[in-house]
Every structure is written in C-alpha cells, then in structure tokens.
Design a binder for this molecule. Structure first.
Ligand code: FES
Length: 69
C-alpha cells in the first residue's frame, strides 16, 4: 500500500498512518489527480469510505493511503 511505501522508505511524514493501516485514523488521506485516481483498481467503499468522511479536506479523488495497493 502507499502506507507501506512511506514506512518502508522511512519517509518523514509526521503523523502519517497513525493507526498503522487498521482504518481507525484517516491520517493517511491522499488526494489524487483525477487522471491518477481513475487508474486505481478500485474505489473507496465500506470502512474506507466511512473513515474518509472524517478526513480533513476530502475530495472526489481522495483515498486512504493504507487502502491503496
Ligand atoms: Fe489509519 Fe490508513 S493508516 S486509516
């Protein structure tokens, strides 16, 4: 997932992925460019969709990084 990329590369994004991918935080919120969003294999649904509603600045092309593989 995008969260794994951040963790595995020791990227310094303070607070990103606070719940370690357990879908309880929304700190891994990403906003994709429309053309990139359309290339993703799936759309947010279920728990991801619910948690996205709590993210700040959510857009039509938002995803949670821990759910994008
Ligand atoms: Fe918490 Fe993605 S890391 S919801």
């Amino acid at each position: 997932s995008f969260l794994d990329v951040v963790v595995n590369n020791d990227l310094s994004l303070e607070g990103y992925g606070a719940c370690e991918g357990t879908l309880t935080c929304s700190t891994c919120h990403l906003v994709f460019k429309k053309e990139d969003f359309e290339q993703l294999p799936d759309r947010p649904e279920g728990e991801e969709s619910d948690m996205l509603e709590l993210a700040r600045g959510v857009t039509d092309t938002s995803r949670l990084g821990c759910q994008v593989f």
